[in-house]
Ligand binder design. Structure first.
Ligand SMILES: [Fe+2]
Ligand SMILES: [Fe+2]
Length: 294
C-alpha cells in the first residue's frame, strides 16, 4: 500500500526498508471484520457479537476489560452481546482496536534498550489521561483520546523490532546529549517514530484521524484536520511524562504551546486542580495494562 505520509527524499532509504519488511505486525483478522460489520447500518448487535466471538482471545480480553474498573459497570458482563448493549458500538470499536493492537504488538520483552513494559505503561497512561481530559473538557473526545493515546508511539515498537541497531544509537544520543528521543531519532535516522507509526497505522487501515495523531503528535498545531485530537494527545503525552508513568524514551518534559492548550480547551493552571482525578486514572491504567498484556 502506498503511504500517504509525506516523507522527504532523505528519508527514502528508511521508507524503502519499511516497505520491504514483509513481516510487519498484522492486526488480527477479527479486527477488519468487526470494523466492516460496524460500518454496515443493517448489522444487528447479535451479528456484531457473533463476529467478535470468532476470535476467542479477543473475546476474552474484551470481557475482562469490560468487567475491569475501567468501565465501572457494577454488574458482571458475561457476553459480548451484553457488552455492546451496555457500552454502545463506538466503545466496542475502541475496545476491539486496543485489544487487537496489543495482540499484534504486545509482549513484554525486557530489552536493555527498549523496555516494552515501560513503553506500554507510558502509552496506556497517555490514553487514560487523554480520556480524563476529554471527559473533563466536555468535548466528547474521551473514547478517541483514549485509543489515540494508547497507539501514539507504536512507531517505537517498529523501530525496536526492525531497526534495533538504529534504536540503540538513538538511545545513546538521548543519554549522552540529554536530548529528546524524538530529536535524537531525527538526528540519527532522519525520520522518527511518528512517521514510522503513521506508516504502520496506514498499512493497518486504521481510521484516518488516528493516523494523523500518530504522525503529528510531536508537533501539534500543524494545520490540518484532527488538530484538536492531536493536541489532546500531545498534552496527555507531556502529562504522562510529568507524572512519571512508564517511559517515553527520555526524561524530558516537552513544552506545550499556548495554542495547543487552547485547542484542548484546558488552561494549564487547571491541571493542578485535577491532580487527584488524574492520579486515579493513572492507577486504573495499571489494571488495564494487566488485562491487555495478559
Ligand atoms: Fe512520541
Ligand atoms: Fe509518547
Amino acid at each position: 500500500m502506498e503511504s500517504q505520509i509525506h516523507i522527504t527524499a532523505e528519508h527514502d532509504q528508511i521508507r524503502r526498508e519499511l516497505k520491504e519488511i514483509r513481516d510487519l505486525p498484522t492486526l488480527p483478522a477479527v479486527f477488519v471484520r468487526v470494523i466492516k460489520a460496524l460500518r454496515n447500518p443493517n448489522t444487528s448487535v447479535k451479528d456484531i457479537a457473533a463476529v467478535v466471538e470468532t476470535d476467542q482471545a479477543i473475546t476474552m480480553k474484551i470481557l475482562r476489560l469490560i468487567n475491569s474498573s475501567f468501565y465501572g459497570i457494577s454488574r458482571s458482563v458475561d457476553s459480548v452481546h451484553q457488552a455492546i448493549v451496555l457500552l454502545g458500538a463506538n466503545t466496542l470499536k475502541n475496545v476491539v482496536i486496543s485489544a487487537s493492537v496489543f495482540k499484534a504488538l504486545g509482549g513484554s520483552g525486557k530489552d536493555r534498550i527498549f523496555n516494552r513494559e515501560a513503553f506500554w505503561q507510558h502509552s496506556i497512561g497517555c490514553g487514560m489521561i487523554a480520556r480524563y481530559l476529554g471527559n473533563r473538557t466536555g468535548h466528547g473526545r474521551e473514547e478517541e483520546g483514549f485509543i489515540a493515546g494508547i497507539i501514539h508511539d507504536i512507531g517505537k515498537v517498529v523501530l525496536d523490532q526492525y531497526f534495533h541497531d538504529k534504536l540503540a544509537l538513538v538511545a545513546e544520543q538521548v543519554k549522552t546529549k540529554n536530548i529528546s528521543f524524538y530529536q535524537a531519532e531525527r538526528e540519527v535516522i532522519g525520520i522518527s517514530h511518528a512517521e514510522i507509526g503513521a506508516f504502520l497505522a496506514e498499512t493497518w487501515s486504521l481510521p484516518e484521524k488516528l493516523v494523523d495523531v500518530i504522525a503529528h503528535h510531536h508537533h501539534p498545531g500543524t494545520p490540518g484536520q484532527n488538530g484538536a485530537l492531536t493536541a489532546l494527545v500531545a498534552v496527555s503525552d507531556m502529562l504522562a511524562r510529568r507524572y512519571g508513568v512508564g517511559s517515553g524514551g527520555d526524561d524530558l518534559i516537552p513544552q506545550i504551546e499556548a495554542a495547543t492548550w487552547t485547542q484542548v480547551g484546558v488552561n494549564p493552571g487547571q491541571i493542578d486542580a485535577w491532580d487527584e482525578g488524574l492520579k486515579a486514572e493513572i492507577e486504573k491504567g495499571k489494571e488495564l495494562l494487566e488485562v491487555l498484556t495478559s
